[in-house]
Design a protein around this ligand. Sequence first.
Ligand code: NAG
Length: 458
Amino acid sequence: MITPEVPQNKSQYSPMAKSSVRNKPFSCFSDGFLYLGGALLAFLLVWSLWSYTVPHTFEPRGSTKSATNDARTQQCVQENPAVNLGYDPPDQTFYDDQELSYSIERPMKNWDEKRKEWLKRHPSFAPGARDRVVLVTGSQSKPCKNPIGDHLLLRFFKNKVDYCRIHGYDIFYNNVLLHPKMSSYWAKLPVVKAAMLAHPEAEWIWWVDSDAMFTDMEYKLPLRRYDYRNHNLVVHGWEKLIYKEKSWTALNAGVFLIRNCQWSMDFMEKWSSMGPMSSEYKKWGPIQRSVFKDKLFPESDDQSGLIYMLYQDKGLMDKIYLEGEYYFEGYWADIVPTYDNITEKYTELEKEDGKLRRRHAEKVSEQYGVFREPHLKEAGNGKGSWRRPFITHFTGCQPCSGDHNQIYHGETCWNGMVKALNFADNQVLRKYGFVHPDLLDSGTVTETPFDYPDDGPW
Ligand SMILES: *[C@@H]1O[C@H](CO)[C@@H](O)[C@H](O)[C@H]1NC(C)=O
C-alpha cells in the first residue's frame, strides 16, 4: 500500500486559479469575492487562459499576481485542497521509461516505487490518495445484437456515472480489446492493468461488469476494512464454497476491487496466464473442470482461474478479501423480487425521520447515507435483508447480445433490468426533485412535493 507523505511545502500545491477558487468553502469565497472583486476575476481569467497556453515547467511563485493568490489560499486553508490538474513537472517518472509497457503481456516491475515517485512529484494528489478509486467498466466495440442492448448498456453506464458522481470517483469506460486475444470475460484484465498505469493517483481500480449496476446509491465502499490487514483484491465470495464445495461460483469475478500495487501486477500476470493470450490456455479448461465439477463449459475462464489460484494456494487468502457481508455484487434473480418491499421500508424510515426527508444538494448525499445507517441496524445484509442491495448483477441475462441463459425467460431478465434501473434512478432523481412512481415505467416521473414522503399515500 502506498501512503504518500503529505507535502511539507504548501506552495507546492501550486494553486492554479481555476481549481482553488472553484473549491473554496463558501465563506472564503464570499470574503475573497467581495474583497478583491472584479480585478481578481479578471486576473483569474487571464491566468487560467495563460495556464492553457504556457507549458508548466515552472511555478509562477515570484510574481505579484501569484503572491496575491498564495495569500488567498493561505487565508482560506483547506483540509483537502483541490488536485492540480494542470501541473506535470518535467522530472523523469516511469512515463519517460521507453521500456515500460501498458500491455498485459509485459511484466511490470517495481511498480510501488514508481507510483510513489510519481505521487511525490505531484503533491496535490497526496491528500486523499489512500481512498482514491477509479471505476473501470466497458463493453464491446461493435453495436449490440440485441435491438435494445445498446440502450440497456447506456442505462447501466449512466447508473455507474451517477454512483461515481455522488461519491467523487473517476470512471473509465473502455470499448476496445486492449489485447486482441483477451476477449469476452478475459478482456477486463488488460484494461485494469492499463488503468493502473494511467491512474497512479488512485489507490484502487474497481472493475464493474457492464451488466452490473448500483442499487444503493448511498452505500460507500468500506475501504478501511480492506486496509486493515492489507488486502489487495476484494471479490464477492465464500471460502467454504472454494475449499469444501469446490464450486466455480464460489466467487464472482464480474466485480472486483484491486489495489494499484506491485502485488496486483504480479497477480494479474499469473491470472492472465490462464487466458487465451497464453500458450497454455488450452490445458487450463480441463484442469479447472477437473476441480470444479459444476463448471459446464470447456474453456478456461477468468472466474474459474481466480478460484483455482485460491484453491491451490490458500496463502492468497491473506491478500484476497472474500467479501460476503454485503452485496458487493448479488445475483439479480434473488434481488429483484425484493425491491418493492425495500422501497416500502425505506419510505417508512423517511416518514419517521425528518432528517432523512430533508431536501439537499446531490453533492452532500453521502451525509444522508450516514444519517440512514442507524435505521438500518435491523435490516441485515445480503440475502434476506431489506437493506438496499449495493450492486445487482444481471449474470446470465446478456443485455448486449440478448442470448440470455435459457433457464430464464427473456421477459424476466428485461423487466428485472428495467425495474432495477428505475429503482436506482429513483435514488438519484430524488435529488433533482422527481421520482418514478412505477418502477416498470421508465418514461414517467412525478415531482416530489416538499417534505416528501411525509404526506400522502406513497
Ligand atoms: C414482502 O413483504 C410481505 C409482507 O411483509 C411478505 O409477505 C413478502 O414475502 C415480502 N416479499 C418478498 C419478496 O420478500
